[in-house]
Design a protein around this ligand. Structure first.
Ligand SMILES: CC(C)(COP(=O)(O)OP(=O)(O)OC[C@H]1O[C@@H](n2cnc3c(N)ncnc32)[C@H](O)[C@@H]1OP(=O)(O)O)[C@@H](O)C(=O)NCCC(=O)NCCS
Length: 165
């Protein structure tokens, strides 16, 4: 995947691949910086270790700038966590990570992907809608905020296409 900087002069190559165990610390850092609840290095490591989990990282000049962690349960994939470093957003990186997951699930005989997203997370909802996810249910007061408030989770689902994206 080749991106361009703001003045379109410098091509920036971003690779998407499976993370190494040794990269759990970098993923944990991105998680902490971009999501409300942080996941420590060991927590990430245990996700990377599980056979039923599928993970991808987006790498630019040897630096991890985004990740996706999902699990695969009987024909269905669930996105557990996804984040892109704020300096590299709106460049299609999250889209590419979800597309990689789609293609991997398709290869494993999966039928669909689902996930939960905070009803107030407009950027993520737009991302998933753009990729063809649709709301199938609502989990009331699912996310608890530090100030004591809570927000609902939208449960979104997408059937896999019959071909690679
Ligand atoms: C949500 C997130 C992963 C999107 O990453 P990204 O790499 O910027 O996403 P993409 O560039 O692939 O965006 C694809 C589409 O999503 C939508 N989108 C992404 N960011 C958006 C924003 N800030 N505002 C509105 N729509 C947005 C747009 O429709 C965008 O297409 P466009 O740029 O052509 O308009 C990123 O904002 C992030 O890491 N947020 C914090 C963590 C998080 O909320 N994770 C999701 C948990 S479910």
């Amino acid at each position: 995947m080749t991106l361009y900087n703001a003045n379109k002069l410098l091509p920036i190559v971003v690779r998407v691949r499976t993370p190494l165990q040794s990269e759990a610390g970098c993923i944990s850092r991105i998680h902490e910086e971009n999501l409300h609840e942080g996941w420590g290095e060991f927590e990430i490591q245990s996700f990377l270790n599980k056979k039923c989990n599928i993970s991808f990282v987006a790498v630019m000049r040897k630096k991890i700038i985004g990740f996706l962690i999902a699990q695969y349960l009987i024909f269905e994939g669930e996105v557990i966590s996804l984040a892109v470093d704020h300096r590299f957003r709106r460049l299609g990186i999250a889209t590419r990570l979800v597309v990689e997951l789609h293609n991997k699930l398709l290869h494993r005989g999966g039928h669909s992907i689902f996930l939960e997203v905070d009803e107030t997370n407009r950027s993520a909802i737009n991302l998933y809608n753009r990729l063809g996810f649709q709301q199938i249910s609502l989990r009331k007061s699912y996310y608890k905020k530090p100030d004591g408030r809570s927000t609902d989770a939208l449960v979104l689902r997408k059937s896999l296409c019959s071909h690679k994206l």
